[in-house]
Design a protein around this ligand. Structure first.
Ligand SMILES: [Zn+2]
Ligand SMILES: [Zn+2]
Length: 158
């Protein structure tokens, strides 16, 4: 398995960034910052419940269903979003923004949005359509870091 991991300490928590083969990990429990579950079991992508967010652009907004397989990009959108344009991303349930103040894509410098995972992990994505910058950060893995390559161990964090 071609995996790479970097870790650095910040305060008392361990932060681990994971680079994994496309579609090897599937996000199952993404939430907004207010705790709404974003998983849409009625819209599956690749056989898995998708991640439902609300995108807004130029006064229009629409539902977007993100591919839950990390590194896979078969997203579905109910609205027309031009390739290369930037949208704002919010929770479809409570309306809170998923964008993170002061965080920008390292590839294209558009704002990043993030979804919260169980046990303190996060998935970040770029708000620019067609930019495939994507990052998974798992916090507080502790001793389980050693078993990172075992997908069974990762599942609890996704
Ligand atoms: Zn919410
Ligand atoms: Zn980007």
């Amino acid at each position: 398995m071609d995996c790479r991991q970097e870790r650095s300490s910040s305060q008392s928590r361990d932060r681990v960034e994971v680079t994994v083969p496309a579609a090897a990990l599937v996000v199952r429990h993404a939430r907004c910052p207010n705790g709404c579950l974003l998983m849409a079991s009625e819209v599956t992508i690749g056989g898995h419940p998708s991640i439902h967010v609300r995108a807004r652009q130029g006064g229009c907004d629409g539902d977007v269903f993100l591919d839950p397989a990390y590194g896979s990009y078969n997203h579905r959108s109910a609205m027309e979003i031009a390739e290369g344009s930037v949208v704002t991303i919010a929770c479809p349930h409570c309306g809170v923004t998923l964008e993170e103040a002061g965080r920008f894509c390292s590839s294209c410098s558009a704002p990043l949005f993030a979804m919260q995972l169980p046990r303190g992990g996060r998935v970040e994505g770029c708000t620019r359509k067609g930019c495939f910058s994507h990052r998974l950060e798992v916090i507080d893995l502790g001793a389980q870091l050693l078993r990172l390559y075992d997908a069974g161990q990762m599942d609890a964090h996704l």
